[in-house]
Design a protein around this ligand. Structure first.
Ligand code: FES
Ligand SMILES: [Fe+2]
Ligand SMILES: [Fe+2]
Length: 460
């Protein structure tokens, strides 16, 4: 595939980029494959109806049109797939080859089916396209394997939000014109160093992520050509100013960094990506106005984190009590219900009051939501078990560990971030939490509803 493209020169390069989807900023192949999948499945459904003796008017004709449209889509999908495939190697190339063979067989069978139907050999035609559909199904499996398991086509760049503030990385004097140079910053959250490539071009310093988004190639070992940074692995070219690929196989822009030079030192700052929840100094600057407004009439009660820590302690004590009880003690079930309901209340007040409030100042919130889900899944499993069984014991231990981990990470990390909200706001939130806590515990309706849920989980 490479040789004819090299002979053709520029036009072939342009065609290649069009097929990868570099112009679009997204791979084209996964969108095109939906055409044969949809149309051929539709044709299969119509054929099945016909076999069952149901023949909606125009069904045979519709099936034929669907098969043809699917074939056209399959050819386009194959072209894009082939363009992407030439840049993978080893095991991925082999899997890709089988994926291509299986899907080509699907196409051939469907074309045969079109011909057979045209000659009036309906049943054979249906058989051929049904076999084609089965091949496509297998091809889809392999395609999914390549993307989800082998990560072909997914973004391989490091998208760390670090550094959030300007950080010195290299003396300007050490950066030569057009000689890419790697520097690293530490991401405490991911506990890894993030590579960034610096390039000085026509006197200006530019920076982008050093790991190529295509398949992770080291851009710092690439070279500058016509003012673009070229990846040494498959030759994607990135615009130094924007980080966007100007030619493929990459379809995805590199992480970008702002650059400034202070006292002869190059300093960089990550240009945060739109839609991300990264907490930056600029984001925190927006806070004080609100705090001032809360000023004089600020409530005097406890701060939100203090209320929650106290509730964590209550949960921990409940665990310890249940675990210390003899297995046969009938009170175990009752205490388990109390634990279940306190846990539920805890999650409720956090989900509704605390997490939304700290979300702008802490990046822990999405994971905390996932952990709440974990806790409630684990609790549901535990409630179903006989409290005297060893299985219950094991589940209770796991639930205890899960709650301990979750509460611990809130205390160690999220509650510290929450301090950025300021004292007044935290007290205001603390009051809201205590009110809701009280309401949840005392309201007859709420507790009846919770009891019902717990009974349902126990299996009535
Ligand atoms: S890793 Fe493939 S172009 Fe960079
Ligand atoms: Fe929580
Ligand atoms: Fe909590």
């Amino acid at each position: 595939m490479a040789r004819p493209a090299q002979i053709a020169g520029r036009p072939a390069g342009k065609l290649g980029d069009a097929l990868h989807g570099t112009w679009f900023g997204h791979p084209i192949h996964p969108m095109l494959v939906t055409i044969p999948i949809g149309t051929w499945t539709f044709a299969l459904a119509l054929d099945l109806l016909a076999v069952l003796g149901l023949r909606p008017r125009g069904a045979a004709r519709a099936a034929e049109i669907a098969l043809k449209a699917g074939a056209a889509g399959a050819v386009a999908a194959a072209a894009t797939g082939m363009a992407d495939w030439q840049h993978v190697n080893g095991r991925d190339r082999r899997v890709g080859l089988v994926h291509a063979i299986v899907n080509s067989t699907a196409l051939a069978l469907n074309l045969t089916s079109i011909v057979l139907r045209g000659r009036g050999r309906r049943n054979e035609g249906r058989l051929a396209s049904a076999a084609g559909w089965a091949c496509m199904f297998l091809g889809g499996y392999l395609g999914g394997h390549m993307v989800y398991r082998r990560r072909i086509g997914s973004d391989h760049a490091d998208r760390s939000p670090e550094p959030r503030d300007f950080t010195p990385v290299l003396p300007l004097a050490e950066l030569e014109e057009d000689r890419p140079r790697r520097v690293e910053v530490w991401d405490e959250h991911a506990r890894q160093a993030i590579g960034i490539v610096l390039v000085r071009h026509r006197g200006r310093v530019r920076a982008m992520g050093a790991r190529c988004s295509h398949l992770g190639g080291p851009l710092d070992q690439g070279w500058v050509l016509n003012g673009e940074l070229v990846c040494p692995w498959h030759g994607s070219r990135y615009d130094l100013a924007t980080g966007w690929p100007s030619s493929g196989p990459s379809t995805c822009p590199q992480p970008r960094y702002e650059v400034r030079v202070t006292g002869g030192m190059i300093e960089i700052r990550r240009e945060q990506e739109r839609g991300d929840d990264a907490v930056t100094a600029a984001r925190l600057d927006a806070k004080p106005a609100r705090q001032a407004a809360a000023g004089s009439g600020a409530p005097q009660g406890r701060k939100a984190d203090e209320v929650l820590v106290e509730h964590h302690q209550l949960l921990r004590r409940l665990f310890e009590t249940i675990r210390a009880m003899p297995a046969e003690d009938p009170q175990r079930r009752d205490l388990m219900r109390t634990l279940a309901s306190e846990l539920e209340i805890h999650e409720q007040i956090e989900d509704h009051i605390f997490y939304p409030a700290v979300q702008p100042v802490s990046e822990d919130v999405p994971v905390a939501h996932s952990e709440h889900r974990q806790l409630s899944d684990l609790l549901a499993m535990t409630l179903k078990l006989n409290t005297a069984s060893p299985e219950f014991e094991a589940h209770l231990r796991a639930l205890h560990a899960a709650v301990d981990h979750h509460a611990g990470s809130e205390e160690r990390s999220m509650f510290l971030h929450a301090q950025r909200l300021g004292d007044a706001r935290l007290r205001e939130l603390g009051q809201a939490l205590e009110t809701m806590l009280e309401e949840q515990r005392t309201s007859r309706f709420q507790s009846a509803f919770r009891d019902l849920k717990i009974r349902l989980l126990e299996g009535l």
